[in-house]
Write a protein that binds this ligand. Structure first.
Ligand SMILES: O=C(O)CCC(=O)C(=O)O
Length: 264
């Protein structure tokens, strides 16, 4: 494998695009500014953000908690905001009513696990010099940091673009990143595939896009403890795995006024 050192970041060539390994959240922040908006996808990884023992504690915390439902696509500890997008029949108020309760419940569940979500938000705030806050809709904060497991089935090609999910209330962020903190990784399968395709407004559909014919530009199999981000405007999919593949997950958006908001 080809390792190039650029500034402090190790850039590892994987297929046609790049996985950029960072040592700290500050470095990740710098690399996100550098790579956002480029024409090819990149994955930025902070390995060992969560030590293996903590990853196990996170799994146990959710194993013994009532899982709240999840999305129409996978099981998770909270129904994601995507399910309440404007074109859906789901009531956004239901999501917002639950968001703060779920936020507090997740803090309670993760308090003995050096809460990786709070750590991320605190360290990101310090790195960016701007307070990272939960996205607000109708004056109420969204939830952030769902625990979710993928497994036996592929997660089909899709894109995530908050301004397309809520076109009348959310302006397009200058950056949107999908954030995942891996706490359980399968031995086989579970690769994240990302293509260089970005659907136009006309082609946009959140989930279940036609699988591109071309090979993915990037393929990445997360390891336990990795915190990784990528731009979800690029078509991406996750391959089925032999055992559960679990992570704390959400999105980070940066807007023109430099505000940084997170949501799940
Ligand atoms: O689990 C992953 O690696 C990526 C999940 C995903 O599709 C997303 O975060 O938008």
């Amino acid at each position: 494998m080809n390792v190039i050192v650029i500034d402090d970041a190790k850039v590892v060539a994987q297929t046609m695009s790049t996985v950029i390994y960072c040592d700290t959240i500050s470095q990740l922040h710098i690399e996100m500014n550098r790579y956002s908006g480029t024409t090819t996808p990149h994955i930025l990884v902070l390995p060992e953000f969560v030590p293996p023992i903590t990853a196990r504690l996170v799994q146990s915390a959710f194993a013994s908690a009532a899982i709240n439902g999840g999305s129409s696509i996978y099981h998770s500890s909270a129904v994601p905001l995507y399910e309440h997008r404007e074109e859906s029949d789901s009531c956004l108020d239901d999501y917002l009513k639950e968001a703060s309760r779920l936020w507090l419940e997740h803090r309670r569940l993760l308090e003995s696990c050096d809460d990786p979500i709070v750590r991320f938000m605190t360290e990101w705030t310090a790195a960016a010099g701007v307070e990272v806050q939960r996205l607000e809709l109708a004056g109420q904060p969204c939830f952030f940091g769902q625990y979710r497991c993928f497994g036996g089935e592929d997660i089909k090609p899709h894109v995530d673009a908050i301004e397309r999910e809520f076109p009348t209330v959310i302006t397009r962020p200058t950056q949107q990143w999908a954030l995942n903190i891996s706490v359980r990784a399968p031995r086989d399968g579970g690769e994240l595939d990302i293509w260089g395709d970005v659907p136009s407004y006309g082609e946009y559909r959140g989930y279940g896009l036609t699988r591109p014919v071309a090979e993915p530009a990037l393929r990445y199999r997360p390891s336990v403890g990795d915190l990784y981000v990528f731009e979800p405007r690029f078509v991406h999919a996750i391959n089925a795995s032999s055992s559960p593949r679990c992570a704390l997950a959400g999105f980070v958006g940066v807007w023109k006024d430099q505000s940084i908001r997170v949501w799940s």
